[in-house]
Write a protein that binds this ligand. Structure first.
Ligand SMILES: *Cc1c(COP(=O)(O)O)cnc(C)c1O
Length: 395
């Protein structure tokens, strides 16, 4: 099949450049310890921040939903796919986020695609004003929209102001940003952003994928953390990270959400999320509404791990979040750390290197969860001390 030969070439090129992704296979449920390729390893790279992915109450909710509603929703939301479970989850999410309404999508990726492409189109006299390090799903949503975008520098409010000033005559402006940046754990300066959005009459759209379940009162997210509920127009979220399930949503003013139900393409053209997933997500929101115990445990674990690493002499950058970038700078060192943590210490931790982050800023990204014990985290600290000395990284 000569016409497909280019694919072999492409794959070879990825491997030659060190960009080929090796996909590991989990043979157990998601949790603090997992079985990967037959080996039991301490999992330090999952977004299951609160340990909800295999929580007994959530598993039960999913099983009950299968018995009551079956496994598939059977249609897109606008035809015959909307079940009472979907509506219940949307109402619960809106209440949890302290917003008027919410719309559910199949994933966070779909939520960004659906909302951004509906809020601005290439027919509008408008522009996206997008933060430099935004997630791929935001970038794809803006692409699908076809509307122009300008990019402002990471966390740089001077530059945001400049870009707003340059585009002040546009009818529709949307400032769009991740709330928490997933490679560094740093936070968007939302109070300043809200200020600028008001000054320039721009909409403000925040992706809270890593904020939910982590920041704010009982994990209500970054907008709650800064107490800006009525000043951020759209809060997009995912149900796949701290909530431990799958799905995405956008919360905001009632009419705006109603508009997304009419115009959000993945809502209109891709089938509704499955009943067990929706029921599991409802149970996850209920757990958080009921108690902030898991969120507190997550932060307690985060401080334990991050203080310990700093005491050992590691630089954790500017993190304000459980996302813990252990800076090793050199790409080869980071790859070696990840491999040796896995082979010699049974710790599953990802190296993040160029082109995901700039050259010379390679790191191991650790993600503690509420499900880890102090012993688990002490084990990680001991491994980082030992390996840091063996490699000569720690003097
Ligand atoms: C993970 C992530 C998404 C996508 O969410 P899924 O539910 O996994 O599709 C979107 N935005 C950000 C910032 C993310 O980290």
């Amino acid at each position: 099949m000569a016409k497909l030969d280019w694919i072999r070439e492409e794959l070879k090129e990825l491997k030659d450049k060190g960009l080929y992704v090796t996909i590991r296979k989990l043979e157990s449920s998601q949790g603090p310890w997992v079985v990967v390729d037959g080996k039991r390893v301490l999992n330090m790279c999952s977004n299951n921040y609160l340990g909800l992915a295999a929580h007994p109450k959530i598993k039960e909710a999913a099983i009950r939903a299968i018995l009551d509603y079956g496994v598939g929703a059977g249609a897109v939301r606008t035809i015959a796919g909307t079940m009472e479970l979907h509506v219940e989850l949307e109402e619960k999410l809106a209440k949890f986020k302290k917003r008027e309404a919410a719309i559910l999508f199949q994933s966070g990726y779909n939520a960004n695609l659906g909302a951004l492409s509906a809020l601005l189109t290439k027919k509008d006299n408008g522009v996206f004003i997008s933060e430099e390090l935004n997630h791929a799903s935001i970038i794809d949503g803006m692409r699908l929209s076809g509307a122009p975008k300008v990019i402002y520098k990471h966390l740089d409010m001077e530059d945001l102001k400049k870009k707003l000033e340059e585009n002040k005559d546009k009818e529709k402006k949307i400032i769009v940003s991740d709330g928490v940046f997933s490679m560094d754990g740093d936070l968007a300066p939302l109070p300043e952003m809200a200020e600028l959005a008001e000054q320039y009459d721009a909409m403000l759209y925040i992706d809270d994928a890593h904020g939910e379940g982590v920041l704010g009162d009982s994990g209500r997210g970054i907008v709650d953390h800064f107490k800006l509920h009525d000043r951020v127009d759209f809060e997009m979220g995912t149900l796949s990270k701290a909530f431990g399930v799958i799905g995405g949503y956008v919360a905001g003013p009632e009419e705006a959400i109603e508009y997304l139900r009419q115009r959000g393409r993945p809502f209109l053209f891709s089938s509704a999320p499955n009943p067990p997933d929706v029921a599991a997500a409802i149970a996850a929101v209920e757990i958080l509404q009921h108690s902030d115990e898991l969120v507190k445990k997550l932060w307690d674990n985060t401080h334990f791990l991050q203080n310990g690493l700093r005491e050992l002499g590691y630089d954790l950058g500017n993190t304000k979040h459980p996302i813990t970038p252990v800076m090793l700078y050199d790409e080869k060192t980071a790859q070696e750390f990840s491999k040796r943590l896995y082979d010699e210490y049974n710790i599953f931790a990802q190296a993040i290197v160029y082109p995901t982050v700039p050259l010379g800023t390679a790191r191991i990204r650790l993600e503690p969860s509420a499900a880890h014990s102090k012993e688990d985290l002490q084990y990680v600290l001991d491994a980082f001390e030992d390996l840091g000395k063996k490699t000569g990284f720690l003097k």
